[in-house]
Design a protein around this ligand. Structure first.
Ligand SMILES: [Mg+2]
Length: 367
């Protein structure tokens, strides 16, 4: 099997409902689709969709520029030889994890289709199917947030992520207290600040809520700030935005800075990189999620396949943006949340089938 063409597509993803966090509001993100064509009947799909130019260092324009460098370097390679694909992309450019991740996902899709296996089975097999997920309670008032938290628990959710930050911490504390009063036995609550607190604010909030059962996710902007806050926090500390490589994650675990992670597949290099992080977390009894910042069915399927292979005792769930999407690329097998869980798509590779011409004409093609 040889790669003969790499096509790039762009698509706006209209949102069914709003979503906000301390760092930015999310509105109709632009997703970038990678379609890898081979000399066999198989094609592979990859995707990368930052929420916009603010919350992340990469955006659609930078990712598409990166693909202009990476696309030609892939021609002639066997997409099943992921190590050699990795060598080709890393010897072409430094950085560009988003574009490299989309390429990696497409190669895994192709490998699954070539071997007639689901990606989760190539990764060792599904330990969970359906896969647990978590649901976001966005920045809001105490009453609105508590009502939503109750409704989500009524709908079967057992993992809730409460957004915080970007306002006076007294408001955050009031919302945290209101929401924790609704939390039922067996339900986990994570307060995700998306880098919105200073070190002092993180310490104040944690100590004010010391009697409440919750974990704090990415309270401060940088790894260094989180590490400084860590000894003074009264809750487990989860890292998300600054957990940007296997090396950083290994350091965070080894030095006791992090008690767990919120992992984004396309921040670290795709399915291949997330597999290594999965194994490191399991070896060190460290919880992690497997999700991504945004995206359609391709990203969602990739997250669910990897998420299915996490140790259930250490899984923080696989978040997907399904509840905010107005349509699926694959209306039958596109991943969706039902009773707080997500079924793994059944077919080989990613397990989704995208109608011909769905994304229109490619914005770029390399052959
Ligand atoms: Mg997070």
């Amino acid at each position: 099997m040889k790669i003969t063409e790499v096509r790039v597509y762009s698509k706006q993803l209209p949102m069914a409902s709003g979503y906000n966090m301390s760092s930015a509001a999310v509105g109709d993100p632009e997703t970038t689709i990678v379609q890898i064509v081979t000399n066999t009947a198989h094609i592979g799909w990859g995707e990368i969709c930052p929420t916009g130019p603010l919350p992340q260092s990469e955006h659609a324009g930078s990712i598409q520029a990166d693909l202009a460098l990476l696309g030609p370097a892939l021609i002639g390679l066997d997409p099943r030889r992921l190590g050699l694909v990795h060598d080709a992309t890393t010897s072409t450019m430094d950085g560009g994890h988003g574009a490299k991740s989309a390429v990696d996902i497409a190669c895994w899709d192709l490998m699954g289709k070539a071997y007639g296996e689901r990606i989760c089975d190539l990764l060792g097999g599904a330990r969970m199917d359906p896969v647990s997920t978590y649901y976001v309670v966005p920045i809001g008032t105490p009453d609105d947030s508590a009502t939503l938290a109750q409704n989500l628990q009524n709908a079967g959710h057992t993992k809730l992520q409460l957004k915080a930050g970007g306002r006076h911490i007294d408001q955050d504390i009031a919302v945290i207290q209101a929401v924790t009063e609704t939390i039922r036995p067996g339900v986990d609550l994570f307060v995700d600040c998306n880098r919105g607190w200073t070190v002092g604010e993180a310490i104040q909030v944690s100590q004010a809520c010391a009697h409440l059962k919750l974990a704090i996710e990415q309270p401060c902007a940088t790894y260094a700030e989180c590490a400084i806050a860590r000894p003074h926090l009264r809750h487990p500390l989860l890292l998300d935005e600054c957990a940007d490589s296997l090396a950083t994650i290994a350091t965070a675990i080894g030095t006791g800075v992090a008690d767990g992670f919120g992992m984004k597949l396309t921040r670290v290099g795709g399915i291949s990189a997330m597999r290594a992080i999965r194994d490191l977390c399991e070896a060190t009894n460290t919880p992690t999620s497997c999700d991504d910042s945004w995206g359609g069915d391709i990203i969602a399927a990739a997250c669910v396949h990897v998420g299915a292979t996490l140790n259930p005792n250490l899984s923080r769930g696989a978040w997907i943006s399904d509840p905010y999407q107005v349509a699926h690329y694959d209306e039958k097998h596109g991943p969706r949340i039902v009773n707080g869980t997500i079924a793994v798509p059944p077919g080989p590779g990613l397990g989704i089938t995208i109608p011909s011409g769905y994304f229109g004409s490619p914005i770029a093609s390399y052959s």
